[in-house]
Design a protein around this ligand. Structure first.
Ligand code: SF4
Length: 350
């Protein structure tokens, strides 16, 4: 499907299906801006009466700028996020003061206004001034991802860039305002997140998601996992053929598995510094270092070997640190984290 077919079909659909909303009947940047600020984090049905109350109380930007802040906040009551109302009022005052009461008439200048991000600036620039600049919101991501089969992650900066470029490539040259309204409305009432109406869709024969049953998978939204780094300093205390180990308890990783006495640190340390609080670990030496990657964690493990010559000392450390002695044969049969097995395999048999 080429650009012309896509935009024509979409705009034709919009003209016969869209909901009649007052901010769509105007090119007044003030009213468009007002509606956009009200509709941020608010559904249309909830925002509509607020828009009507504001336009009735403050029919012009000047009227809003001159209003008492208490009155603005009273009218806003019930919408929440009161900082939006304060920003709205401050922005109106600023436009009156710095721009002679006239809204900036282009995208770049609009983005410099307080509380006006790329989406709101594109909406005002295209709806009020017919600037050819695409709006990109959740509806636009969904519609483009499904129709064109785009699998780029919308939660990533690259994804946002990709979809913005795609929307700007497709936007109608002479009717950018209608194109923007149309794509958002199509996403809002037809190609909806959970129940898109594919059986009765103008794009059903060309839409990649419909042809390949990908509606549930597109758009791709993968939040970046926050990976926690942990630094483990394991002390393997041994006497002859026996090791002191313990069963892991609590809510942390590896519940029920056996490991060694552990000193954990949030930051990387020299291994001697890490165990400095324990003077009983005499003759300690570092035997190995491993990095172990889990879904949400990166473990940097250092294994410190403490080989004792005195059995009494071995028993006393077991008591002190609530550890249990195991022979190598017993250790082989214990459930252990892979990290501990790796230690036994590589460090002890080396
Ligand atoms: S066919 Fe379905 S998924 Fe594709 S655009 Fe239409 S409603 Fe959306």
């Amino acid at each position: 499907m080429n650009k012309e077919q896509f935009t024509k079909q979409l705009i034709d659909w919009y003209q016969s299906h869209h909901r009649a909303l007052p901010w769509r009947e105007t090119h007044d940047p003030y009213k468009i801006w007002l509606s956009e600020i009200i509709l941020q984090q608010t559904r249309v049905a909830q925002g509509l009466p607020y828009y009507q109350k504001f336009v009735a109380a403050f029919p012009t930007l000047q009227a809003l700028a001159q209003a008492d802040e208490q009155k603005v906040l009273r009218l806003w009551q019930g919408l929440g996020y009161y900082s939006r109302a304060r920003n709205l009022h401050a922005c109106a005052k600023m436009i009156v003061r710095d721009f002679n009461g006239r809204f900036p008439d282009n995208y770049a200048a609009l983005t410099k206004l307080p509380g006006v991000g790329p989406y709101t600036a594109a909406a005002i620039a295209s709806f009020a001034f017919r600037e050819r600049v695409a709006v990109v919101d959740g509806n636009v991501f969904r519609v483009l991802a499904r129709i064109f089969g785009i699998e780029v992650n919308i939660a990533s900066p690259e994804g946002k860039k990709y979809f913005t470029a795609k929307a700007n490539e497709l936007i109608d040259d002479t009717r950018p305002d209608l194109f923007n309204q149309a794509i958002m409305e199509f996403g809002a009432i037809h190609c909806t997140p959970v129940a898109p109406q594919c059986n009765d869709c103008i794009f059903s024969k060309t839409c990649a998601a419909n042809l390949h049953s990908l509606q549930k998978l597109l758009p791709v939204k993968e939040k970046k996992l926050t990976v926690r780094k942990r630094y483990f300093y394991y002390v393997s205390i041994r006497y002859k053929n026996k090791w002191l180990m313990k069963k892991r308890e609590g809510k942390d990783i590896w519940h029920g598995l056996y490991d060694f006495f552990l000193v954990e640190s949030k930051s990387k340390k020299n291994w001697r510094t890490a165990i400095a609080k324990h003077p009983e670990f005499k003759n300690a030496k570092r035997l190995g270092k491993f990095k172990h990657v889990l879904t949400h964690q990166q473990l940097f493990a250092t294994f410190i070997d403490v080989e004792l010559k005195d059995e009494k000392e071995f028993v006393s450390l077991a008591k002190k640190f609530a550890l249990m002695p195991f022979t190598q044969k017993q250790v082989d049969h214990l459930p252990k984290p892979v990290l501990i097995s790796k230690y036994f395999e590589s460090c002890l048999q080396a």
